[in-house]
Every structure is written in structure tokens, then in C-alpha cells.
Design a protein around this ligand. Structure first.
Ligand code: E4P
Length: 273
């Protein structure tokens, strides 16, 4: 499984790439807002360019359109691609699978995201389909030509548990097999019992039909969820910095380090002279 960092913070991105296991970056408007505030970046064009330059060639960085109509998303996608390609990393345009901004009651307006993916893909612009909450959306985006589909695992966990639990933290583990609320009832969203279940079902559908689009599991909340996403066959997980650092920690590893350090005899130190 490839690992992307889900961040627009240049310090986090540089640190994560220095570890040698990061393959790409995903951003969204909320992450860019946070990073710009932290770094006092007034000129976002310069800031985004510096992120792409820091990441460097051979890695993908997803940048999101503002959403809206088909025409607006096409135009914004091209602007992002043309403005930032050549700065460093490869630009992938993030398009919401369905922008949900109904401008009129025309039935086809709801499919603007899919049409925009198809139009950009036909021009050779790579697309990451964002805000995927159902396997059906992923199938349509893949057939339309998306390079990646991003199922939002954590937000599906939130959605499923919101109807029953008032008190939970976003980072709390949510079981991939879902939560039983009676002997024969599991909480679900139209048959999806967890975020990992959503990802697993998309992976299975893509395998069934040999679709080349990669499943980029997003909205990742904790290390155990990453393990389950890898077992489910996600091609990529995009992971926040805090979860990346959590993945390497274990209290017994720390305890082992302390014990080994305490047992170092002077003769052993001499070996390193
Ligand atoms: C990445 O591509 C997504 O925008 C991101 O993972 C969303 O994560 P969140 O649900 O924690 O905001």
C-alpha cells in the first residue's frame, strides 16, 4: 500500500518525506486554510508552489477545485493543473464526486462531478475523486476516468455512529465489522457498516472488473484503521501527520529500548570506538 500524507503543512510534509515511506500528498481547502494560518502565508500561490517544490518530481499532490458547476470545475481544474505543473510534484486535480450544489432542478446537475472527471481525464489531467461515500459513486468515477477515488472512511464511521452515540472523539477506533445494536441489527449506511467496509467493497468491485483506478482511502483517524485499510487492499491511504507518528509507536517498543539501554556494559560501548 502506498502512503500519502494528508496535510498542507509544509513542515509536516518535509518531515514525513524525510522518513522515506511517503509517496504523495493530499490537500483540501480546510487543510490549506489551517496551513496558511499557521505559516502566515498571505500569498497562497507562492505557498502552494513551495509545497510542490518541496515534495519534488515523481510524487503526486492533490489540489482541490472550489466545486460548483461542471464548467466551473473544468476551468478550475485546468487552472490548477496548468499553473502548478512543472513546479515540482505532479498535480492531481481533486473533484467532488457530486458537488451537491443544485443550481436548478435539472436531473443531470447532480452528476456534474462525474462529467467534470470525464472531461478532465479526456484531456490527460489526472483526477482524484473526493468525498466518495458510497461504492456506487466510486464505480461511476472510475468508469468516467478518475486516476484515484477517495472514500472518506472516517466520515462514514462518524455518520454511522452519529445516530446512536453522542459522545465520541473523531480519533476513536470504530470496528470495521460495524456495531451491533441488537442480536440481528448492525448500524449501517445503506449496507455500509464502517469506513473500512466502504473501502473494502470498492476494492472488491474494482477487482471484479479489473478497473485501473486506485482506491485512495481518506479521512483516516487512527493507526488501527490504517492496518485494516491495508488488509482490505486499499492501494493508498492518505494519513494525517499525527496518525503517521502514532503508527510507529508501541509502549513495549519504548520499554524495550529503555531496558536495552540500561543493560549496556562498558565493554559493549567499546565495540563502537
Ligand atoms: C483527503 O483527501 C481528505 O480531504 C481528507 O482525508 C478528509 O479528512 P477528514 O474527514 O478528517 O477531514
Amino acid at each position: 500500500m502506498k502512503i500519502f500524507i494528508d496535510s498542507a503543512d509544509i513542515d509536516e510534509i518535509k518531515a514525513a518525506f524525510s522518513w522515506g515511506f511517503v509517496d504523495g500528498v493530499t490537500t483540501n481547502p480546510s487543510l490549506i486554510k489551517m496551513a496558511a494560518e499557521k505559516h502566515g502565508a498571505k500569498n497562497l500561490e507562492n505557498y502552494v508552489s513551495s509545497v510542490l517544490a518541496a515534495v519534488g518530481r515523481g510524487h503526486d499532490v492533490s489540489l482541490e477545485v472550489l466545486g460548483g458547476s461542471f464548467q466551473a470545475m473544468i476551468q478550475q481544474g485546468k487552472v490548477l493543473y496548468n499553473k502548478f505543473s512543472g513546479v515540482g510534484a505532479r498535480v492531481v486535480v481533486k473533484i467532488p464526486v457530486n458537488p451537491l450544489l443544485k443550481q436548478n432542478e435539472c436531473a443531470d446537475v447532480e452528476y456534474d462531478g462525474i462529467r467534470a472527471i470525464h472531461a478532465l481525464a479526456k484531456e490527460g489531467i489526472p483526477v482524484n475523486t473526493t468525498l466518495v461515500m458510497a461504492p456506487e459513486q466510486a464505480l461511476l468515477a472510475a468508469k468516467a476516468g478518475a486516476k484515484y477515488v477517495s472514500p472518506f472512511a472516517g466520515r462514514i464511521d462518524d455518520f454511522v455512529r452519529e445516530c446512536c452515540f453522542c459522545n465520541y472523539k473523531k480519533t476513536d477506533y470504530f470496528p470495521q465489522e460495524g456495531i451491533k445494536i441488537s442480536p440481528d441489527e448492525i448500524l449501517d449506511d445503506n449496507g455500509i457498516v464502517s469506513g473500512v467496509d466502504l473501502v473494502a467493497k470498492i476494492v472488491q468491485i474494482f477487482r471484479n472488473y479489473d478497473l485501473k483506478t486506485e482506491v485512495l482511502a481518506a479521512s483516516v483517524r487512527n493507526a488501527r484503521q490504517v492496518r485494516e485499510l491495508a488488509l482490505a487492499g486499499a492501494h493508498i491511504s492518505t494519513i494525517p501527520f499525527g496518525v503517521l507518528t502514532q503508527m510507529v509507536r508501541h509502549e513495549k517498543t519504548y520499554e524495550g529500548m529503555q531496558k536495552f539501554t540500561a543493560d549496556i556494559v562498558p565493554e559493549y560501548r567499546v565495540l563502537f570506538d
